[in-house]
Ligand binder design. Structure first.
Ligand SMILES: [Fe+2]
Length: 290
């Protein structure tokens, strides 16, 4: 990776969900990856929209980029993925961590999807294992398995930049919740130690920013900054202390507003459910789930 050029990176913050999507490319006229694209969703009307993802498509067009990859860091519970929207229009391969099947199995049961839903990751084009490498044109990318928020999270290391998904948030916000099915605070601690072991000046790109009052949304930090100042895990926080803090905090958090629609779409690699006989697509809402 030493002689590889540095990545060009543009971040796009979605103010509705706090998600940051990225376009990463080697050069103007070259190849690009899009990380964690958002499909807009108005829950009150059951209406999807492309305002957020269109910004990414416009960035590709402005820089004459070919979309090689659409990369998910995990199965998001806060927004619908625009991976299928992008693949249908611009091509590219959709990649996610290889343990996605575990997440699909959990939610296939919860949504009673039956045998018609294969819970083995086949909806995605590429299932990444820890340490896998792939190319984005002239850039080399490496996959890091960083579970804890879910059992299948990955981060993408591209040059001196790492797209950390839902592990770390900005230092003044902390870390991702670990109370979703298959999540585990101790596992997240261990994953974050792997990120902390990277060179101190490594640039870290967040998947979300929920900017505290008084500052504008931001999404870039470094290993050194996070190690020193992250409010949940910086300053040499011990594993036990982190787990206690994380569990205490998770007990106060509500179910994400878009969790039920988002999961159903995201375990299908961003594809919407097939239309019924009347041409309309439907999502399911489990009532009083056990
Ligand atoms: Fe997440």
């Amino acid at each position: 990776m030493n002689n590889a050029p540095g990545p060009n990176i543009e971040g796009f913050h979605d103010p509705v969900t706090g998600t940051v999507s990225y376009v990463v490319y080697d050069r103007v006229g070259g190849q690009a990856a899009i990380i964690d694209p958002v499909l807009d969703y108005a829950a009150n009307a059951g209406r999807t929209g492309s305002r957020s993802v269109q910004r990414l498509a416009d960035c590709l067009a402005a820089n004459k980029l070919t979309l090689a990859w659409i990369l998910e860091t995990h199965t998001h519970a806060d927004h619908l993925s625009a991976a299928a929207w992008l693949r249908d229009r611009l091509g590219g391969l959709v990649g996610i961590g290889q343990h996605i099947g575990a997440v699909q199995q959990l939610f296939a049961r919860r949504f009673n999807l039956g045998d018609s839903f294969p819970a083995d990751g086949r909806q995605f084009d590429r299932l990444f294992a820890d340490g896998d490498t792939f190319r984005i044109g002239e850039l080399e990318a490496e996959v890091m398995f960083v579970p804890g928020h879910t059992p299948a999270d990955v981060a993408y290391r591209i040059g001196d930049a790492v797209f950390v998904g839902d592990t770390l948030f900005m230092p003044d916000v902390g870390t991702a919740r670990c109370d979703f099915p298959g999540g585990d605070a101790g596992t997240l601690f261990d994953s974050i130690q792997r990120l902390f072991a990277l060179p101190p000046q490594t640039r870290l790109f967040m998947c979300h920013d929920y900017a505290p009052a008084g500052r504008t949304p931001s999404w870039t930090s470094t290993v050194a900054e996070q190690r020193a100042a992250n409010v949940h895990i910086g300053g040499g926080t011990a594993r036990d202390a982190f787990v206690a803090l994380r569990q205490q905090r998770d007990a106060t958090l509500d179910v994400p507003a878009l969790m039920l629609p988002a999961i159903q779409v995201n375990i299908r690699a961003g594809a919407l459910p097939e239309p019924e006989a009347n041409g309309t697509r439907y999502l399911k809402i489990p009532l009083d789930p056990q």
